[in-house]
Design a protein. Structure first.
Length: 94
């Protein structure tokens, strides 16, 4: 009677997990530098009202551009270099 190695199943699952982690790490990163957002999408990301985003656009703390009659906001105006949403609170008025 041959005894099976009890760690064989765990070992094969770990190898499978290693392969998945390597796939994730080597996957190409998405380029967000060209992504643009509507004022409504920006408000959701900032977790505030659309009027608040429009106020910051008027004040100049957020740069926006028009596409027809609609305002659009570039990705770098919403996210910092670590891809975390910037804070609208406590912005100093210059």
């Amino acid at each position: 009677m041959t005894h099976a190695n009890p760690f064989e199943a765990i070992h094969s699952e770990l190898n499978e997990l290693k392969g998945l982690v390597k796939q994730i790490l080597t996957a190409p990163k998405e380029d967000y530098s060209l992504k643009i957002y509507t004022v409504k999408e920006a408000a959701k990301l900032f977790r505030c009202d659309v009027q608040t985003v429009n106020k910051h656009i008027k004040q100049g703390t957020i740069e926006a551009f028009n596409v027809g009659a609609r305002k659009r906001i570039k990705h770098d105006q919403i996210f910092d270099s670590n891809n975390h949403v910037k804070s609208l609170k406590y912005k100093r008025q210059v």
